[in-house]
Design a protein around this ligand. Structure first.
Ligand SMILES: [Zn+2]
Length: 309
């Protein structure tokens, strides 16, 4: 396998991918990534790098590169009392108002000139975490009801080849006030690929999302969290402003953390559009209920990522 750029970084990220099986329900690249990671000895991100300030991207409601608006106007509000229906003991706390000025980003490492920052968390002391939901394999109509009932904000990261002709489902979720970000056309492990193939994966999906959902995504997530400098360059050239990884992941057994044993303010949490086949028999709404309960038990609520990033 040829790795032309960012080999050491690829190993670090592949190691992370091995720990976090995020996006692992698709065949192929994960196996190779995990295998490579077994030989990696590099450590994870240095905390000091996360404190480096970074220039801020465009504010909410501003225009994407295509001129299409980048963010739905209002976060979902929820329906009073509906939490009972989903097996919760109480509603999600209303998050604090969106910050008037977005906080400085907390990049995992300094990005090169003109390259988008890569983040795993948001710099905030608010007791909020940010939910991201990936891929798009499951299109459970009950999840639309659940998200509406709970007023659950999230960011989708969508992959074209598992969505096919079903962008309408994600449009419905978008109309609740959620944004949909870019997660490539076919979900390959991008690190080590040449620029043209990476650009095709990212720009192709950017165009799909613009055509189907009417918005230019600002946020990009590389499959398996695996990227190199070529990925960042291609993402920038396709109009992505921030690359979003995660610090906690919802697995069938509960939340798993990249470090420590609990959620921290500003954590970005990864979940997936998955159903009983991928969730050991649980439905997507079961999984979301468990996740929300765990977030509540730890004293957090869920805010909308695009209000902070
Ligand atoms: Zn994925």
């Amino acid at each position: 396998m040829m790795i032309k750029n960012g080999f050491s970084r690829y190993l670090v990220l592949a190691a992370a991918a091995a720990v976090f099986t995020g996006c692992g329900s698709l065949d192929g690249p994960l196996a190779r990534t995990a295998e490579d990671a077994g030989q990696a000895t590099a450590s994870s991100t240095s905390p000091s790098a996360e404190r480096s300030p970074s220039a801020r991207p465009v504010p909410p409601g501003s225009q994407g590169a295509s001129g299409a608006p980048s963010l739905p106007p209002a976060a979902p509000a929820g329906i009073p009392g509906a939490y009972h229906r989903w097996g919760l003991d109480r509603p999600l706390d209303k998050p604090p108002p969106a910050p008037a000025a977005k906080p400085l980003l907390a990049p995992v490492e300094p990005s090169g000139e003109g390259l988008p920052p890569v983040i795993r968390r948001v710099r905030t002391n608010d007791r909020v975490v940010f939910l991201t939901i990936d891929d798009g394999i499951e299109k459970d109509p009950r999840f639309v009801e659940q998200a509406r009932d709970l007023g659950l904000p999230f960011t989708g990261f969508l992959t074209d080849n598992v969505i096919g002709d079903h962008y309408d489902y994600f449009d419905e979720l978008q109309r609740l006030g959620n944004s949909m970000g870019n997660h490539t056309l076919t979900h390959p492990s991008l690190a080590g690929r040449d620029y043209d193939s990476q650009r095709q994966e990212i720009c192709g999906q950017q165009e799909n999302l613009r055509n189907h959902l009417g918005r230019q995504p600002r946020l990009f997530r590389p499959p398996y969290g695996a990227y190199d400098d070529t990925t960042l360059r291609a993402a920038a050239d396709c109009g992505a402003q921030t690359v979003v990884l995660w610090r906690a992941e919802m697995e069938p057994g509960g939340l798993a953390y990249r470090s420590g044993g609990s959620l921290q303010p500003g954590d970005i949490v990864l979940a997936h559009f998955r159903g009983p086949e991928q969730l050991e028999g649980k439905s997507m709404t079961d999984m979301i209920t468990e996740l929300v309960r765990s977030i509540q038990e730890q004293g957090f609520t869920v805010a909308r990522l695009e209000d902070y990033v």
